[in-house]
Design a protein around this ligand. Sequence first.
Ligand SMILES: Cc1ncc(COP(=O)(O)O)c(C=O)c1O
Length: 381
Amino acid sequence: MTEQPVHRADLRIDVDALRNNVALLAERARRSGARTMVVVKSDGYGHGAATVARAALSAGASELGVAAIGEALRLRADGITAPLLCWLHAPGDDFDAAVAADVQLGVSSEAELHAIAAAAQARSTTARVHLKIDTGLSRNGCPPELWPSLVERAAKAQAAGVVEVVAVWSHLACADELGHPSIDAQAARFDAAYRQARAAGLDPIRHLANSAAVLTRPDLHFELVRPGIAAYGLDPVPQDGDHGLVPAMTFRSTVVLTKRVAAGESVSYGHRWTADRPCTLALVPVGYADGVPRSLSGRMDVWLAGRRRPVVGRVCMDQLVVRCDDDPVAAGDEVVLFGAGEQGAPTAAEWAEALGTIHYEIVTGMYRPRVTRTAVGTEAT
Ligand SMILES: Cc1ncc(COP(=O)(O)O)c(C=O)c1O
């Protein structure tokens, strides 16, 4: 017997929204003379990396970025031929496969440079690398004290024809906090590192700006920008005003059962909610196993039958209950748990706010075994 998929909810990915967002970001970059690399790591922030990649490239992005080599190779297997950068390497990562697939590689250390150069040499080819300077985020990237040696080695490897140094790059820690002093401090360190690379005989481009910096710091666009979250329509700097981004992910389910309950009847485990008058309840077959956090019990609304309605009682593993008062709600009605927020419907940003986290974490965690994902829109792929 073939395995039947269990459909409890769907993530609808609006490709037109993705294209709108990328076009808007690419236009801002273009005004600074910069190209746009859209970051599609972690399966396109949960939206589907290949879908996002195609939408981004058709809307003005020139290249794509991912964290892991495996993510880059999957995009190549999906037919994405655009320039692709990958930057977070782990022991045992297959640089040979990356070089063979023309994946450009971030380099944070001489050891990485050495391993990548060896892979290129073995293939009698040239690996394209982006040297990453740690300007203050203190994650990956080369510490400033090791940078002069790294750029010297890279220049030698470039002269030998085994690597081509495409770029010097870094990543910002606090770009979403407008005016945070670390932004200029990182930019100054970045400039110093770039000058050292040039002094070593390299002629790289520069990239530093994530979404927040694309939107608020045109002076840091350089030759290439690297937005992620804004391409998905989630604003990292809402305090800066409306940037015209449209959330691309809608999390939907359907009502499977409705029932009337009398005043005094309680709902779900622990009986944390009791009807104070007769009302209609709608049962929705999604729960914490499907990405609805149990800690939102009694603290979330859904959009159902034309308005926001509260989830009552505890969110369970597989189901939740919506209070519908006396309204005509029926099995089969669509339920939007979060989406683009039209007419005041819930958004991923609203979930994040209630949960004390960021919308990045919400959308990247939504694609799960019982949840389907469907790309829609004029350019759906
Ligand atoms: C190295 C790097 N560049 C760019 C981005 C995109 O950042 P954002 O999604 O904030 O635009 C990320 C995401 O975390 C990243 O790790």
